[in-house]
Each structure stands twice: as C-alpha cells, then as structure tokens.
Design a protein around this ligand. Structure first.
Ligand code: PLP
Length: 363
C-alpha cells in the first residue's frame, strides 16, 4: 500500500486505464459468461452490501435466495428442490461430491465421471480424497452408456453426468445413468452448470433433470446463460436431508448451522439472478436461448461451407470444429482434443458470426 491515499479522480483514471487491458466481449467466442442483463446490474447494485452468510441479518435477501431456488427447482422439474446459491459450477460440484461422499460412507470412495467432465471434478476429488474413474466418450463425445457399469464397484459413492458439456455442448445419457443410480442406490449428480438454463428452453432435448427419478442433485449457473452478474451458481438437491451431511455449527452467527462451503456470500448477484428470471419469464428466456441456438446453427453451417465441419452436433449453444487455425483478432478456445471451440452467448450476434465467418474465409 502507499503511505498516503490518492485522490478519487487519480484512482479512477488509474482503474480505467487498467481496465483497458481487458477484452470487450465483442469478438469473444470462447466465454460461457456474457454481459449481464441490465436488470441484473440494477438489482446487484441495490443489494450490494448484503451477506447471505449471515441470513438473519438479511432476511429479505435470504428470501430472494429461496425464491431463486424455487424458480430453478420448478424449471428443472422439482418444485420442492432444496438448494442454495454458490459461487458457480465449481463450488456446486465440490459440494455435491462432498454430500455423496458423506452419504456413501466408504473408506476409499470413488466417483465415476465422463471423460468430458469439467476440470472442477479434479479439484473436488483432490480436496475430498476421492478416486476419479473416467468413462470414455462415444463417437459423439458423450459418456459411453455401455461402459458405465464396468467402472462401478462397492466403493462408488457418486455417478456424474453432464448436461451441456463445456467442450462439445452435448448431453450425457442421463436417463441411463439415472436407471443405474436407482438400481444400485448410488448418488447421481448432474452437472448442468451451463445446460440447466438452456435445455429447458430448447424443444426436443434429452431428459436430464429431476424428472428422472435417479437424479439426486444438480448444478446450474445463472452467471452463464442466466445473464446475471458474477458470481451466481446454484446447487439443487432432491431431498433436503442431504444438506445435513455438510452442516457445521456456527456459534456466533444469526443462524446455528451452515451447510454451505463459503461463509460470507454475496446477496447482490443472487438478486441479479432472480431479477433476470422474473423480468424475462419463460417466454423471454426462450426467446434469448432460441436466438443463441439459431446463431449456433449459423456458425455450424458457415464453418461447414468453409470446409471445417463441426466435431459433433451440439444440443446447447457450444460448437467445436475441426479447424486448427484461429482467425486474427478473434478469441476462440481449444478443447483437450484440439478442436476449435466456440460458444454463442447472448453477446454474440448474427453480425458477429458473419464477421467471424468472413475472417475464417480470409485465413
Ligand atoms: C462452467 C462450468 C463449470 C464450472 O463453473 P464455474 O462457474 O466456472 O465454477 C462446471 N461444469 C460445467 C459443465 C460448466 O459448463
């Protein structure tokens, strides 16, 4: 720190000069985050000082968190789902594995995940000292349903499926996983961090949520397609008793027990998340998702015409291509197998895609 403070003007001119090093979202096709919806920003600012870690002090904000859980639970076919708002998919996945590990009660627990699982499961397994068993993908980059059972043994405390994979935008065979989980009485966590706010608004997609009886818990991130401010994730569980397993005593707070991973938690972004859902409603969300899916089809068609086919047909607005080069000035990412990965978030317009395709043509 400097010994003496500086003037506000000096401070903000410094901050804005640093912010110039950030990228604007306009040529970014790699991000699962986007520019927050204006109502999210307004609600965020309104609740800026709130702390959900001490809900007795912020009962209004705490009721907003309950409403968010209720909205998302209802959308994902379980009106009575229990849950809380997390910092994002990573925390939701860590907590789900933590619950499964406690409930599973094994001395050397393992978790069975698809090859396509997000790297947050590596973190979770490391923290929780769990063995990760990986099920290979089929030719469509989904978890190979035929190869799940052979990975399971008596120490398997959790199965994981992804609904809307980070790299290829596909949905694992969650129905098959749900059957296995029910038959063998194993905890099934569905990572719908991205797809949870896309798939409910896309017609004719595979089932993936609490509608399937074997699904025990689910991650869904409002700070991705929910267009809220960051950080806003959500962990939902089928049975409220699951959270007893992560509870600790909290001697000096307004509540006696806490089941969350973080202590101090923002209320601002949670208000932001609820604001977007209530402002848009199902119709408004469907309209935005529809335009993202339309743009996804547009980029797939354009890339195909340019000689770069899509690696597999996605079910959400993530498309990856057999294309080794990257056009100058554009931000795309690479999957672990080296495919060019793009995400058509709400900030990616039809014009952005046409510009991108022109740049591809000039490569
Ligand atoms: C984004 C994502 C995550 C991680 O979420 P964070 O909010 O970055 O912690 C986990 N799983 C899937 C499928 C994701 O798309």
């Amino acid at each position: 720190m400097h010994k003496k403070g500086c003037s506000e003007e000096e401070l903000f001119s410094f901050l804005s000069s640093v912010k110039e090093n950030d990228r604007a979202y306009n040529k970014v096709l790699s991000s699962m985050c986007t520019i927050p919806h204006p109502v999210a920003v307004r609600a965020h600012n309104m609740f800026i000082e709130t702390n959900l870690g001490d809900p007795g002090l912020f009962m209004g904000t705490a009721s907003i968190e309950e409403m968010l859980v209720e909205r998302l639970g209802t959308l994902l076919h379980h009106k009575k789902a229990c849950g809380y708002s997390t910092s994002g998919g990573t925390e939701s996945n860590i907590q789900a594995l933590r619950i499964a590990r406690k409930l599973g009660n094994s001395k050397c627990p393992n978790v069975v995940v698809p090859e396509s699982a997000h790297f947050s499961f590596d973190k979770a397994a490391d923290i929780l000292a769990m063995e990760i068993r990986t099920v290979p993908s089929d030719d469509k980059f989904r978890m190979d349903a035929e190869k799940i059972e052979e990975k399971i043994d008596k120490n398997t405390v959790c199965l994981v499926g992804v609904a809307g994979t980070t790299e290829y935008g596909v949905v694992d065979p969650i129905e098959a996983l749900s059957d296995i989980a029910s038959d063998r009485d194993i905890f099934l966590h569905v990572d719908a961090a991205f797809g949870g706010l896309v798939l409910p608004f896309v017609p004719h997609t595979s089932k993936f949520d609490f509608e399937l009886a074997g699904v025990s818990s689910l991650s869904v991130d409002p700070h991705k397609m929910g267009m809220s401010t960051i950080p806003a994730g959500c962990l939902l569980v089928r049975d409220p008793s699951y959270f007893h397993s992560t509870e600790v005593d909290t001697p000096y707070l307004t509540v006696q027990k806490e089941c969350t991973l973080c202590g101090t938690r923002p209320g601002a972004s949670v208000a932001g998340a609820l604001a977007v859902l209530d402002f848009l409603g199902e119709e408004g969300m469907a309209k935005i998702v529809d335009s993202c899916m339309e743009n996804t089809r547009r980029i797939i068609k354009g890339m195909e015409n340019a000689g770069y086919p899509v690696a597999t047909m996605p079910e959400v607005n993530v498309a990856s291509f057999c294309c080794d080069e990257t056009p100058k000035g554009w931000q795309v990412s690479r999957t672990r197998l080296g495919h060019m990965r793009t995400v058509c978030m709400p900030h990616v317009t039809k014009d952005t895609i046409d510009e991108f395709l022109t740049a591809i043509g000039e490569m």
